[in-house]
Design a protein around this ligand. Sequence first.
Ligand code: ARG
Length: 473
Amino acid sequence: MDNDSANNSANKMWGGRFSMSPAQIMEEINASIDFDKVLAPQDIRGSKAHAAMLAAQGIISKEDEASIQAGLDQIMAEIEAGTFKFSRSLEDVHMNVEARLKDIIGAPAGRLHTARSRNDQVALDFRLYVRDRIDEFDSALAGLQLALARKAEVHAETIMPGFTHLQPAQPVTFGHHLLAYVEMLSRDRGRLRDARARLNECPLGAAALAGTSFPIDREMTARALGFDRPTANSLDSVSDRDFALETLSAASIAAMHLSRLAEEIVIWMTPQFGFIRLSDRFTTGSSIMPQKRNPDAAELIRAKVGRIAAAFQSLLMVMKGLPLTYSKDMQEDKEVTFDALDNFALVIAAMTGMVEDMEPNIEAMRRAASSGYSTATDLADWLVQRLGVPFREAHHITGRIVAEAERRGVELEHLPLEAMQAIEPRITADVYSVLSVENSVRSRTSYGGTAPHNVREMARLWINRLGENQMRG
Ligand code: ARG
């Protein structure tokens, strides 16, 4: 509509300030088709199951069912081919599909909506969508775990500093560090699986809110759509979106984990650290500073968690004050969720690529690990184990030895024996066996510790486990 005619239909008193007529504004705020069209495959899947059930129960005729099924198949083909015309005036995906069905098959299309409402329909579509995405994330996260575990196996002996407070604390292996993320992602997958299990009840048949007087078979539609059972309360079925909240919450936590790894990659990539190299595939140059290699992908992964966690907040705020059952507020559940889940998928894919791509600078890592007195705890442990000194006292003696090394500007393994004996006379040359970073990591054999033998075993365990998963599909 051009401006003139828009102004003509706008309110005479305040229309001057508005470029749209009230009806247009209503359509603008009310229509969801611009974003909910991604639910079309789920909407059609749900309608096909519903139609089959209506016919099986004798609620519609077999003939009508057959033409509904054929029409829905054609619509799906049109959507896949990109020829389907979505119309804003038809408000949302449900009405767009149904209107097109009427175009194709005529009168029988009007029977599809028997014993159903858009309220249980949208609850179903959104659940199916979120469930599909959870399944996709599960295999994507498994792929990322596998990439990490493979790199961990190769670098089971590659020594790097372990940090607390981002201060060098004790030497660890790079493989051990990578496997820490494999564990986190395993819990992330567990949270998504839990969300999926609770989500997996079928709301279809709750109708508008109270159920229906038609003799429907909810077990049948639930089974056909891969649900464990139908939902047990019609009011609850159409009015909760906790399944999306749970999924967003699990995705936020997983994205937070990936953001931490991304931050480490950013730090490791600085020339000051120089721990890893990323190829041109995951870095960018600067338009003005020729020497630069920027870890843009890592930075974006680090940032995306904000967007994903914001979607959780946003949906929580939408839901928090709504009386039962459905209110149109709930249409606001989709856009943020779609955006968050799309970005979550992107984050996982980018991180997987980066993990496969990155190569550690083994010398730089080792050098950093052996500076900063990172084997001081090994020295204290030696005093406890060999001399029977209580740990608190050993800590004190070690502190004085570190101060002496600092004064002389040498690492612990290069401090002369006499210098140590001047502080604790019972120390023998055997102490040097624990002062190198190699011996330090090799000695951490406790379950879950960083000893290369442990790390290799754990990496293999994960590789086998994840490989089996992939075989099962
Ligand atoms: N587009 C709507 C949504 O996303 C579908 C449900 C409409 N229900 C209604 N009672 N107006 O929530």
